[in-house]
Design a protein around this ligand. Structure first.
Ligand code: ATP
Ligand code: MG
Length: 562
């Protein structure tokens, strides 16, 4: 491709609205442009990378027996009503005005719709169906460029099986395929156990890339490799030991004291002597969750323990249930279920809210003072806590989710009546799995991991072009002739060459663009060296330069791309 005739609008300056490296570099290298918040156009150079990623994904999906579909993005709303997901997606679902359609954020419903009419017998199973298609989600906070868009490309596959063992093997196949895909793409990633959430599946893993731009939080043990989304991560944390002597309960006037920090300061006590209360509503009934000090409630863990959806109580509900406002709530006298975090097990001499504004209680002994209460692991894991597997310290950091594999079970098949006849002639719901990869995220994460201050550093697998050919003075006939010959010879040999043939661009400008765009190999053709039949090769990654005789160029390039 000749740069003089191509649309590759590079930018020298960092665009105002971009803060994440991959976003900045995708804009600066002319690969994407924003149309509106979370909605991007891929320009020719960027789209070449997308096509390379999707080809790698196709190859590996086909290798595990996946069959490629192309489903409509515009879906009748009534199909989504069958699984009640118009409600559960809420504002994230895009609705088409004046018609009963939605823009699909994922395709479980449509795949199940097809499955229920054709997969009628165990003999039709197993099946793996996939597609690479645009998804629409009205994300509340689109950000970081294409990492969180409102329209994005997803590889989504769905497995349909007759037995749970078959589902296990479809899941294992995907796990293997995903590792191959991300390895081929040159990504450093790790796999974490994830939440199956309210969807009620039986297994779920996320493929993650460590990054400050990520919106997921992961707990990781550098020693044994334990890794889990903090939604489900566990740790051993030092429990508050119960004191030998139990004090009497007493009411303390604490005017204006609302937080644990304020309480500690006001009474000159430590965080480890305080119990914080959070009230949630489950099926209309209040639940008080008691945490030690400033520990935060992990709502995913709580939902699992409760066995259903919860939501924090609203201020007016708090007042009605406890008689007090947030900041003064406590377990003593609370009418409703109480669950405490394991760290509080049998604690005594605790301070907590008195269910009366401006008052706290001291001397609480959980065993003595609260008759009916459960303990569970409810904490959000924090850095420095102890790994349950090996006893070393956990790190907690941000990560970007590249992909997700998920044993769905029979949630969708049951909701939509997708049944088959098993070997005994019994009618059973299809057993399903669903598996996603964010295509743009693969590209953005690659750039996050492969760049320097000058720009992107492509490896040959994802590079939009193998070679960047720079003619430094295209007005000179000898340079132009030599470049044309190199361009046609290497193109004929199967290399994808980006030819900077712009006649009036300065050499410095061309060098900067070449480093910004980041093709793995640059061939630099300058007048002086050309007189000795020499061109220069520069490797983008190492910056290593070498002179090569024109006659040896093809062989040298072949060696580099072997
Ligand atoms: P997230 O937690 O980041 O919102 P998700 O759990 O909603 O992701 P899935 O529904 O499992 O994601 O979708 C499968 C894959 O699609 C994700 O692993 C991710 O790579 C990609 N993806 C999801 N939402 C977006 C988005 N808004 N923009 C770009 N890619 C996305
Ligand atoms: Mg999401």
């Amino acid at each position: 491709m000749r740069l003089s005739k191509s649309f590759v609008p590079t930018l020298k300056e960092v665009p105002n609205d971009a803060v994440v490296t991959s976003h900045i570099l995708m804009l600066r290298s002319g690969m994407i442009r924003m149309v509106s918040a979370g909605i991007y156009s891929f320009l020719p150079l960027g789209y070449k990378v997308i096509k390379k990623i999707t080809e790698i994904i196709r190859e590996e999906m086909n290798a595990i027996g996946g069959q490629e579909f192309h489903l409509p993005a515009l879906n009748p709303r009534e199909i989504w009503e069958e699984t009640n997901r118009v409600e559960s997606f809420g504002d994230t679902l895009f609705h088409v005005k004046n018609r009963d359609y939605v823009l699909a954020p994922t395709h479980e419903e449509i795949m199940t719709f097809h499955a229920r009419s054709v997969l009628k017998s165990y003999k039709d199973l197993p099946q793996i169906w996939y597609q690479i298609q645009t998804k629409f989600r009205n994300e509340a906070r689109p950000r970081s460029g294409v990492i969180r868009g409102r329209q994005f490309l997803m590889k989504d596959s769905y497995s349909f099986d007759a037995t749970w063992e078959q589902l296990d093997s479809a899941y294992a196949l995907h796990d293997k395929a995903y590792r191959k895909i991300f390895n081929k793409c040159g990504l450093k990633y790790f796999v974490v156990g994830a939440s199956s959430g309210a969807m009620g599946g039986t297994g779920s893993e996320e493929f993650m890339v460590k990054s400050d731009a990520g919106e997921d939080t992961v707990a990781y043990c550098g020693h044994c490799g334990y890794a889990a989304n903090v939604e489900v991560a566990v740790s051993i944390a030092a429990a508050k030991l119960s004191d030998k002597t139990s004090e009497e309960i007493r009411e303390i006037f604490t005017p204006g004291v609302k937080s644990i920090d304020e309480l500690c300061k006001f009474l000159s006590i430590s965080e480890a002597q305080c119990a914080k209360s959070r009230v949630y509503i489950h099926e209309g009934k209040p639940i008080l969750v008691l945490m030690l000090g400033n520990d935060e409630v992990n709502e995913t863990k709580l939902e699992k323990i409760i066995g259903g959806m919860i939501r924090p109580a609203r201020p007016e509900e708090l007042k009605e249930i406890t008689g007090a406002d947030a900041g003064s709530i406590g377990p003593i006298g609370f009418k409703g279920k109480i669950i405490a975090d394991l760290k509080l097990k049998d604690s005594s001499n605790l301070f907590s809210g008195a269910n009366k504004n401006d008052y706290h209680l001291g001397g609480i002994d959980l065993k003595r003072d609260i008759k009916d209460m459960d303990y569970a692991d409810l904490r959000i894991v924090q850095s420095g806590e102890t790994c349950t597997r090996c006893g070393n310290k956990l790190q907690v950091f941000s990560a970007i989710e590249l992909g997700h594999i998920f044993k769905l079970g029979t949630k969708y098949s049951t909701a939509m009546g997708a049944t088959f006849l098993n070997e005994n002639g019994e009618e059973k719901p299809l057993i399903m799995g669903s598996y996603g990869i964010g295509v743009e995220r693969v590209m953005a994460c690659y750039i996050e991991q492969h760049n320097d201050e000058k720009g992107i550093i492509w490896d040959k697998t994802l590079a939009p072009f193998h070679i960047h050919l720079l003619g430094l003075n295209m007005r000179k006939e000898s340079t132009a002739d030599a470049c044309e010959k190199i361009y046609s010879d290497l193109s004929a040999a199967g290399y994808d060459v980006l030819f900077d043939d712009r006649p009036d661009a300065q050499a410095g400008f061309k060098f900067n663009d070449a480093d910004l765009l980041g093709m793995p190999v640059q061939i630099i053709v300058g007048e002086k060296k050309l007189k000795e039949n020499i061109v220069e090769i520069k490797l983008r990654k190492s910056g290593e330069r070498s002179d090569v005789q024109l006659n040896d160029l093809k062989e040298k390039i072949d060696n580099l791309f072997k």
